[in-house]
Design a protein around this ligand. Sequence first.
Ligand SMILES: CC(=O)N[C@H]1[C@@H](OP(=O)(O)OP(=O)(O)OC[C@H]2O[C@@H](n3ccc(=O)[nH]c3=O)[C@H](O)[C@@H]2O)O[C@H](CO)[C@@H](O)[C@@H]1O[C@H](C)C(=O)N[C@@H](C)C(=O)N[C@H](CCC(=O)O)C(=O)O
Ligand SMILES: Nc1ncnc2c1ncn2[C@@H]1O[C@H](COP(=O)(O)OP(=O)(O)OP(=O)(O)O)[C@@H](O)[C@H]1O
Ligand SMILES: N[C@H](CCC[C@H](N)C(=O)O)C(=O)O
Ligand SMILES: [Mg+2]
Length: 489
Amino acid sequence: MYLKDLLTTIPFYQTEVNIDGIEITEIEMDSRKVSAGNLFVCISGFTVDGHDYVEEAVNNGAVAIIAEKEVKANVPIIMVNDTARALSMLAVKFYHYPTTGLSLIGVTGTNGKTTVTYLLEKIFNHDKKKTGIIGTIQMKIGENAFPTQNTTPNALELQRFFKKMVDEDVNQAIMEVSSHALDLGRVHGCDYDVAIFTNLSQDHLDYHKDMDDYLRAKSLLFSQLGNNFNQEKQKFAIINADDSSAGLLKRSTAQPILTYSCRQEADIVAKDIQLDAAGTSFLLVTPIGEVVIKSKLIGMFNVYNMLAATGAAIAKNVSLEVIKEALESINGVDGRFEVVDAGQNFTVIVDYAHTPDSLENVLQTVKEFAENDIYVVVGCGGDRDRTKRPLMAKVAMEYSDFAIFTSDNPRTEDPVSILNDMTKGLNGEDEYEVIVDRKEAINKAIQYAKENDIILIAGKGHETYQQIGHTKYDFDDRVIAKSAIIAKG
Ligand SMILES: CC(=O)N[C@H]1[C@@H](OP(=O)(O)OP(=O)(O)OC[C@H]2O[C@@H](n3ccc(=O)[nH]c3=O)[C@H](O)[C@@H]2O)O[C@H](CO)[C@@H](O)[C@@H]1O[C@H](C)C(=O)N[C@@H](C)C(=O)N[C@H](CCC(=O)O)C(=O)O
Ligand SMILES: Nc1ncnc2c1ncn2[C@@H]1O[C@H](COP(=O)(O)OP(=O)(O)OP(=O)(O)O)[C@@H](O)[C@H]1O
Ligand SMILES: N[C@H](CCC[C@H](N)C(=O)O)C(=O)O
Ligand SMILES: [Mg+2]
C-alpha cells in the first residue's frame, strides 16, 4: 500500500519531505520485528520509548517513521500528535477495515470474560459458524490456536488477526476487551456488533486511578458501539442488570440493550436455579421463549456467564434450541474450576480467581458443597494492584478452614513483600501458613488433605508458567498437583 494512501486515515500530519511513491510492505511498532519496506511507528511505552529505536528500525529496513517526538532518520519522518492513536487507525486501514466485514462480539467486565467467550464459541460452533477468539488464554481460528501476551493485544496485532479471520472465512469473532485495552485505545477502529458487560469489582487499581476511572474505561466499549443505524449490522449491548454499574453502562450506549439477571426483572432471566457439586440447572426465560438448562458448569457466577452468552447469541439470531444444546454440552473452560483427578479420595480444584470478588465467588461455591475441610492455596501477582492483596487474603481466611499463602507471578517484586501485603491485616490467631515457593505450597496442601477435603489452588488457572523477575519458568498448577497426589499415593 502507498504510504500516502495509508495516511488518509490521519487527517493532520506533518512531514518535510515528499512521500509520493513510497510503498509500505507492513506496519511495525517493534524495531526488532522490522524488515524491508516496513513503516515503523514509535510508541512511548511504560518501560521504554519506541522513539529510541528508530535507528535499529531503519537498519532493519524501515522506509518511513511515524513519531510524536523529534527523532532523526535518513528516511521520511511523519509527525503526528499521538502515535498510539495513529497506530490503531493505520492498522485498521492497512488491513482493510477487517471488522466492518466481520461479526464481532466484545466482552468486558472484571470477571467472567474468558468464560463467556468460550461459552459463545461453543454456541456458535453448534450453530455451524466458524469462530475466531481473542483473549487471555490464546487467540484461535477454528481449532488453530495462536499464543498471546495480553488479554487484548495491541492494535497492530489485533487488526492483523482480524484480517486473518476475514481471510479464513470466520463467521463470528468473539473477543475479551480489557480495561487497559479500552483506556489505551488498543481497540480504536473495531466495529463491534455486540458488547457484553459481565460485572465490575476491584482489580487493576495499579493502573486505574480509582474504581470510577476503571468503570469509565469499561464504559468505552459501550460508547464505542456508536450511533450507526446500519441495518446490516444491528448492534446490541448485553448488560448484567444485577451489577451496580449497570445504570452507567446503559447510559453509555444509544444502541438497543438486552439486560440479564438472576434477581430481578430483565430481558433474560434465570429462574428456579439449582446448584450442586455436579452442575447447575435453571429455567432460562428470554424474549424468544423459555427453556430448562442443565449445565455441567458449577457455581452461581457461571449462571451469570451463561445468561451473558445467551444475550449475545440471541442478538445474533441463534435459536434457543441451539443455545440449550451448546450450554449443556460444555464441560468447562481451561483452568476455570478445573478438577485435578488422579484417583485420590479428596478433591483438588485449579481456578483462575485472581481478584477478591472471583475468589469469594469460587470459595462460596466450594463451601456450599464441601463435606469436610477446605484448603486454599493462593497468592497475588507482582507489579499489579497492591490493594487487592489483603482483601484476597481476608476472603481466603473467611471461606476456608486452612489457607496457604504463596507466590503467584511475582514478576519484578520481592515475593516476600507481596506475601506481607497479603497477610498484614490478618489476625495472629488465624490459621494460615506462608510458603513462598508455589510448588512447595501445593505439595504441602496435598500432604495435609484427608478424605473428602477440598483443595482450591487459585490464581493461575490455565497458565503454564510462573514469571519471576523477567523470566517465565515452566509451571502448571495442574501438573504439580497431579504429581503431588501421585507421590502421596
Ligand atoms: C502496561 C501495559 O499495558 N504494557 C503493555 C505495553 O508495554 P510497554 O508500554 O511496556 O511497552 P514497552 O516495552 O515500553 O515498549 C514501547 C515500544 O517500544 C518498542 N520497542 C521496544 C524494545 C525494542 O527493542 N524496540 C522497540 O521498538 C515496543 O515494541 C513498543 O512499541 O505494550 C506491550 C505491547 O503491546 C504490551 O505487551 C504490554 O503489556 C504488558 C505485558 C502487560 O502486562 N499488560 C497488562 C497490564 C495488561 O494490559 N493487561 C490486560 C488484561 C488485564 C485483565 O485481563 O485482567 C491485557 O489486556 O492484557
Ligand atoms: N461472572 C463471574 N463473576 C465472578 N467471578 C467469576 C465469574 N466468572 C468467572 N469467575 C471467577 O473468575 C475467574 C476468572 O474467570 P475468567 O477467566 O472467565 O475471567 P476474566 O474476566 O477473563 O479474567 P481476566 O481479567 O484475567 O481476563 C474464574 O476462575 C472464576 O473463579
Ligand atoms: N490479566 C490479569 C491476569 C492476572 C493473573 C495472575 N496470575 C497474576 O499474574 O496476577 C492481569 O494481568 O492482571
Ligand atoms: Mg480473561
